[in-house]
Design a binder for this molecule. Structure first.
Ligand code: FMN
Length: 336
């Protein structure tokens, strides 16, 4: 590891490389987490799960909280508004084997904010801190982390709510904070404010800070650490369709040429992913879920536009198989 990279510590958990897979709704399910781990991702997060969903005995809940022995260390991310319900959900995640409990105070989706969840908390520091304290009390033996945004409003330059939540959370015992350096208003548009990450790390020099925003490539991840001093980096959109980003980041850090997957590497990995997705979601839903990933994997293919277009209409196992054979070579027939 290069000198500028320190080990990433989240509570008592040591993560051997500071570029990790972030929470991604619709993408960071168990199958993709395992795929990213096979490409050297050292730590992953689930997508945001609603607190009350975690407490239900439903098929959706079982799938959301499903873990594999190879899927560690892993953070289970919870989103909600009632401190007591959030605390109960944290207890369930601990029982299911999650290593870290992550609290989502960042989601900008309108209906989520309207229900006083996610990014809503960036406007309600008192409520956010009540949740943090309730969860810390409920799971004293697990590191608790927070996903925050810089501010609620784009025009907010003082970011008072951020500082209040961050100071309060660390004082209460939070293990780390991940900062998406955009406002909730900004959603996913505009530039992430890396200068803000630098200020956060300077303020909390002895705490674990992860940065998020505008990590398109492995080189961006290392650049964020170098420019801002954060302890770790969340790869999000940059890792969707390019799970090799984690291996590439390690290559760059070690002074090697970053790994470029051949078409055969891509075929093997996508085939493995397909099989896992069909096991998780069943042979009917699996191919439809994989279509979303196939569209994203297309970016690594020599003919990205064509492959993306061909993937869009796939619904069945047979259509997926024909697509794979045409664009990735068909020596290994797919089975579920
Ligand atoms: C499709 C999508 C789904 C996301 N889902 C979540 C989520 O469930 N929880 C969360 O904390 N962040 C979520 N995020 C935010 C990312 O983790 C990350 O903070 C954000 O995309 C900024 O990084 P980027 O600009 O490098 O993509 C999501 C982002 C995208 C694009």
């Amino acid at each position: 590891m290069s000198k500028m990279l320190r080990p990433l510590k989240i509570g008592g958990i040591e993560i051997n490389f500071p570029v990790v897979l972030g929470a991604l709704a619709g993408y960071s399910d168990m199958s993709y987490r395992l795929i990213c781990r096979s490409c050297s991702a050292p730590y992953c997060a689930t997508e945001a799960m609603l607190d009350h969903q975690i407490l239900e005995e439903s098929k959706l809940c079982r799938r959301l909280v499903e873990l594999d022995h190879a899927d560690h260390p892993v953070a289970g991310q919870i989103m909600g508004s009632d401190p007591a319900v959030m605390a109960q959900a944290a207890v369930v995640l601990r029982e299911k084997g999650f290593d870290v409990i992550d609290l989502n105070f960042a989601c900008p989706v309108r209906r989520v904010v309207a229900k006083k969840r996610g990014g809503y908390m960036m406007d309600r520091p008192d409520q956010a801190l009540e949740i943090v304290r309730a969860v810390l009390e409920a799971v004293p033996d697990r590191p608790v982390t927070l996903k925050l945004r810089r501010a609620f409003r784009e025009t907010d330059t003082t970011c008072e709510a951020f500082w209040e939540i961050a100071h309060g959370a660390f004082e209460a015992g939070a293990a780390a904070i991940c900062v998406h350096a955009r406002s909730v208003d900004q959603k996913y548009t505009g530039k992430a404010d890396w200068d803000f990450l630098w200020r956060v790390k300077r303020e909390f020099s002895d705490k674990t800070i992860l940065g998020s925003g505008d990590i398109h490539t492995a080189a961006d991840a290392l650049k964020m650490i170098e420019q801002t001093g954060v302890d770790g980096v969340i790869a999000a959109r940059g890792a969707i369709g390019n799970p090799w980003l984690f291996r590439q980041a390690r290559d760059i850090a070690a002074g090697r040429e970053p790994f470029e997957p051949s078409l055969d590497d891509q075929r093997q990995l996508i085939t493995r992913h397909f099989q896992m997705a069909c096991q998780m979601y069943g042979p009917k839903r699996g191919p439809k879920i994989m279509r979303n990933f196939g569209i994203r994997y297309a970016r690594m293919h020599p003919q990205p536009g064509q492959v993306r277009m061909a993937c869009v209409g796939i619904k069945t196992l047979q259509e997926w198989q024909a697509f794979m054979e045409k664009y990735y070579g068909g020596r290994y027939p797919l089975s579920v």
